[in-house]
Structure formats: C-alpha cells, structure tokens
Design a protein around this ligand. Structure first.
Ligand code: PEP
Ligand code: MN
Length: 320
C-alpha cells in the first residue's frame, strides 16, 4: 500500500500519522520516502479492511493499492481444475434453451464439432421486460439431459440467490452475467456453492472491479473462477483485448472471451474469437444453434452449426 501525503505535512503531523498507522496496521512497518509512505503486509486484506480509516487520517492525500493488495486471492489463486476437457475451452450453444428437442440435437452437433462446454441458459436477464426471459427451472431436466447425452458440462446463468445452490446441486457450471457482475450478494451465494463460475466483465468495468468480483467468489469459498471478457456494450462492439490481456497478467485464473455478446453480429464473431485465442485466452464462449433465424433471443449474433464447426477447427489448429 502506498499512502500519498499532503504537501507541507508538519513533523508533528507526520508523528501523529505514524502512530495512527501503527494502531490501524499492527505488525507492519510503514516506510516513509519523500512524500509517501509504503506499507507491506503478509495479510494484504487488512489494507482494504482499514482503507476508509486510513484515507481519512489527517495528512493523507490518497491511498493506492496494487491489484495483488486489493484482490489478494484472485491474484494468487492457482489455475483451478475445470470440468471441461483439457486444453482450449470452447463453450457453445444457443443464447437460451428454447425447445427441448432441438436443443438436444444442437448440443450433440456442437460436441461433434468441437465444443467442450454447453451454453444452457434457463434464465435470461434482458434489457427489455417484453423480451423472452428464458424457460426457467421448467427446462432444467431437459437441459441436463441434453448436456449429459452430448457429454458436455452445461453452463447456466443465475440471476437470483436461490438459483445458485439449486443449479450448482444439479451439476451446472454457474454463470454470473455482465449485468450481475456487481451483484455482491449473488457473488457470495455463487461462491458458497463451490461450483465452477464463469464471471463476465460488466461493460465499462475496470480490471480492478472485475477482479474484485472474482475476489468475492474466492473469499466465499470458490476456487473455480473463470473470467470472461464480453466487450463494453450491450449493442454491437468488440472484445476489450487490452483488459483481457491485463487480466491474464494479473491472475492465473482462466480468462475466456465471449465475442458473440461483444460483437452482436455473427459475421464478426469468428475473427474476434481467433484474435482472443491468438492473444492467449484460455477459451471462448460462442453462441451457436442449428437455426439462428428462429432464435427468440440473440439470433443476430448466433452462428449456424457449420460456421461454428469451421471456427472450432481453426481454434483447435491455433490452440490444441
Ligand atoms: C449471456 O451470456 O447469455 C449473456 C446474457 O451475456 P452477458 O451477460 O455478457 O450480456
Ligand atoms: Mn445471448
């Protein structure tokens, strides 16, 4: 932690500040160098616990925490064991489960084409209350059956607290969507399940905010966190490659990319998926279905199966 001092701090003010820091940060030895004080600790969470009090001390102009200090678990967690086949992760499937029969057929085709995980959304948090909201728990048995028959771990978004335990118990990988990245009670509930969680970055969220959300999951007991970059808008856009690359440097947690929600148009998705793979991402999430023209949600960005198979082949050639 670096504490920037106000200009013209008197000797008495500096002494009072040292005493206050010794009280607030026991066991540390703050070191003054010019206009700032550096402090390190074997338990960096203490900095965040005491931050409000330290920022408020007379003579302090600002307090800076590194990513490793602000998000100690996210920045030190080892790469988790994931339920997907080893190697580059390819989670594919329609935006939502819409119809049990066609979903099961699509799941098998996606597995044959190279998917290693299956999108299995039962709940759709939509910008419009008039838009299709998903089939809900009524479609859970069909989604599970389809995933099992295809041999793919299903990934499903949770939008409220009871869904976390319910869907984790049913064997789903949980997804926290972009809209809920800052829903801290939902993060705690998901973390407590211990199930693998795909954590989308909210549009506009900084690396620090994204990592802090991952920190919630880890702090509440979940080591299997997968970060997912999905662009900065809910309309057409692109992946934020810069933030994805920074995330890969800051943490050993897997970082995947969702070019479908980043681009909003299927013709842009393959190029962005390949760019993410070239940049070193651990995987991608791709919306793909047998008949995107009949999709009730996100059809415009959903790839057909042949297109998905061609993309999966290119991804495999790049990254085994
Ligand atoms: C999704 O993956 O189904 C989704 C809604 O994405 P996002 O949360 O990134 O908008
Ligand atoms: Mn979608």
């Amino acid at each position: 932690m670096k504490i920037l001092l106000e200009n013209g701090l008197s000797a008495a003010g500096a002494r009072a500040l040292s005493e206050a820091l010794a009280r607030l940060l026991p066991g540390t030895s703050p070191r003054r160098a010019g206009g700032s004080i550096s402090v390190s600790s074997g338990r960096p969470a203490i900095f965040s616990e005491r931050l409000a009090l330290i920022e408020n001390l007379p003579g302090v102009s600002a307090v800076l925490l590194s990513d490793a200090e602000a998000c100690p678990l996210a920045c030190s967690a080892p790469p988790p064991e994931l339920p997907f086949r080893k190697g580059f992760v390819i989670i594919a499937g329609p935006c939502a489960v819409e119809d049990a029969g066609s979903y099961a057929r699509t799941a098998k085709s996606l597995a044959r084409a190279g998917a290693t995980g299956l999108r299995a959304a039962l709940f759709k948090p939509r910008s419009s209350p008039y838009a299709f909201q998903g089939l809900g728990l009524a479609a859970l048995p069909a989604a599970r059956r389809a995933a099992r028959a295809a041999g793919l771990p299903p990934v499903t978004e949770i939008v409220d607290l009871p869904q976390a335990a319910r869907l984790a118990a049913a064997g789903f990988v949980l997804q926290i969507g972009a809209r809920n990245m800052r829903n801290y009670e939902l993060l705690k509930a998901a973390g407590r399940t211990g199930a693998p969680v795909v954590l989308k970055r909210a549009p506009g969220a900084s690396l620090r905010e994204w990592l802090l959300s991952a920190e919630y999951l880890l702090k509440h007991g979940d080591p299997r966190v997968i970060l997912c970059e999905r662009g900065d808008s809910f309309g057409g856009g692109r992946l934020n490659m810069r933030i994805m690359e920074l995330a890969m440097k800051a943490t050993a947690l897997p970082v995947i990319a969702d070019p479908s929600h980043a681009c909003g148009r299927r013709e842009l998705v393959a190029e962005q998926a390949l760019a993410a793979a070239r940049a070193g991402a651990d995987g991608v999430m791709i919306e793909s279905a047998a008949d995107p023209s009949s999709a009730l949600v996100d059809g415009r960005q959903t790839m057909g199966l042949a297109e998905f198979a061609a993309l999966a082949k290119k991804l495999r050639a790049l990254r085994k």
